[in-house]
Design a protein around this ligand. Structure first.
Ligand SMILES: *Cc1c(COP(=O)(O)O)cnc(C)c1O
Length: 499
């Protein structure tokens, strides 16, 4: 292998599912010492005539199979995972530990209030903590993802307008927005009106002014935005919207660049979602669970989802369902409680100074990569960035190597690729978010891998174009993998699946 390519964490062998032999077993059950029951009497014709055609394996075979599968996957516990806008930071294991404490982990969702006072107190305190971090009055913990938080916030905005006898339909959304922003508008019967950011990558209040009219319900802004830049005109923009009776929604997924330094509420944002699974250390990627709490100003409080967690004068906690103007319930029970425990543990562990230090380091790490990589890679917005930096493949134009090839080749170097081809405003974008949890040594290794790939692109482009070479699977047909996934193992000999 040329360069510094290494197998990294990837398992090089093909994944073999055909294992075991007839009669082999991983269980040892003592002989029956009671009369045998007739399963047919219990289960009727739901009882199988013959055993299922499953692999018969020993315990070590089964164990190794699953461990191998887990090793074929990439995770933040294996190496740097600079997936821009996704904040794949290391999740402290102490947060995992507390979320599994039986008093939290084994709570029954139907347990009566008097038996779950500790859980309610944790939710109450987490709400207060998050409200402080975002500079808003209250927070609902219910939404199960950032996208559902957006939906919740927009439902509250719509209800707020309706309570005043108005129903403006337009939501201004910059072209750099995460795809969930326009989707959340559409789900709410609102119309996303896309507008471009300025040439410097940030939204210009002057350019926006002509779009702000009586038909506008809100603007949705991501700050820092998805090219990693601080929206410095946000206070002016917010004033402009407020003057027209519209509200400001903040997509708070990128709070890892702000917390402890500045508060969205102080910048003019009225309602925003958090992504606890990004900033507040719940492991994520691979589909959930998520937790997307929504912070809001007092004026929006009547419309918040029900129930809210309230504290009585005697110090006890209860769930308040008596909220006639509420947009209703967004999620079964009270949301993904385990993630609330992790987030609360993280808040307490970090404290205000810790959160600020995390922000500072996240920004420093991104700027370090911007400076180092910027020596040879094209940096479209070459100014001080926030928590992430965007590169493009423009400097590789003569080699025929593209962003996708670079991403695949990074796998050979043991790194997860950055976010690619997003946001759309940068051609061949690579959005790199190192987060605060990576050391300088790791950042240097990543930069060295990028430099090696850049050299390969010029000297032996085929190596890059045919990557990855060291992973268990090569280039997948991603469309087919998504549209017709094979999720079930079938024995090679299975005749016709009667079940
Ligand atoms: C991740 C992200 C979202 C969506 O959050 P989910 O929890 O994946 O639904 C929205 N906006 C931005 C900017 C994000 O990075």
């Amino acid at each position: 292998m040329p360069g510094q390519a290494r197998a990294g964490v990837h398992f090089v062998e093909p994944l073999i599912f055909e294992r075991g032999a007839p009669g082999r077993s991983g269980a040892s059950v003592p002989p029956l010492d009671v009369p045998a029951a007739d399963p047919r009497a219990l289960f009727g014709d739901r009882f199988r005539d013959a055993p299922a055609a499953l692999p018969e394996v020993s315990e070590p075979e089964a164990f190794r199979h699953y461990v191998r599968l887990s090793q074929a996957n990439f995770s933040i516990d294996s190496n740097m995972y600079p997936l821009g806008s996704c904040t794949m930071k290391y999740n402290p294991k102490v947060d995992e530990h507390v979320a599994r404490l039986p008093g939290f982990g084994k709570l029954h969702p139907y347990a009566p209030e008097r038996m779950i006072q500790g859980a309610l107190e944790l939710m109450y305190r987490l709400e207060r903590g998050l409200a402080e971090v975002c500079g808003l009055d209250r927070v609902t913990l219910q939404p199960a993802a950032g996208a559902q938080g957006e939906l919740t916030g927009l439902m509250m905005i719509r209800a707020w307008h309706q309570a005043q006898g108005r129903s403006p339909k337009k939501v201004l959304v910059p072209e750099t927005a995460h795809g969930t922003n326009p989707a959340s508008c559409a789900l709410n019967g609102l119309e996303a009106v896309a507008f471009p950011a300025g040439a410097d990558g940030v939204v210009s209040a002057d350019a926006l002014a002509p779009l702000v009219d009586d038909g506008v319900a809100a603007i949705m802004l991501t700050n820092p935005n998805t090219v990693g830049l601080f929206e410095r005109e946000l206070p002016r923009i917010a004033q402009m919207l407020h003057d027209k009776g519209a509200l400001v929604y903040g997509d708070g997924a990128n709070l890892n660049a702000l917390m402890g330094r500045t508060r969205p509420g102080d910048l003019g944002i009225d309602v925003m979602q958090f992504n606890l699974h990004k900033t507040f250390t719940t492991p994520h990627g691979g589909g959930g669970p998520g937790c997307g709490p929504v912070g809001y100003k007092k004026t929006l409080a009547p419309f918040a989802p029900t129930p809210t967690v309230e504290r009585r004068d005697d110090g006890s906690y209860h769930l308040d369902f008596a909220r006639p103007d509420s947009v209703g319930r967004l999620r079964s029970f009270y949301g993904n409680f385990g993630m609330m425990v992790r987030a609360y543990a993280y808040l307490r562990e970090m404290g205000a100074q810790g959160l600020r230090a995390a922000t500072d380091l996240a920004v420093l790490n991104a700027n370090y990569l911007r400076a180092v990589l910027g020596e040879t890679w094209h940096v479209p917005f070459d100014q001080v960035c926030m928590h992430e930096v965007i590169l493009s493949d423009r400097n590789l134009k003569d080699t025929g190597v593209t962003t996708m090839d670079v991403a695949k080749r990074l796998c050979d170097y043991g790194f997860h690729p950055p976010t690619v081809y997003f946001p759309l405003v940068v051609r061949g974008a690579m959005l790199i978010e190192p987060t605060e949890t990576e050391t300088k040594e790791t950042l240097d290794e990543f930069a060295a891998a990028m430099e090696a790939i850049r050299r390969e692109a010029h000297e032996e482009p085929e190596t890059v174009k045919t990557a990855p070479h060291l992973s268990a699977l090569r280039r997948l047909d991603e469309t087919r993998a998504a549209r017709s996934p094979v999720l079930r193992w079938r024995p090679a000999t299975e005749q016709s699946p009667a079940r």
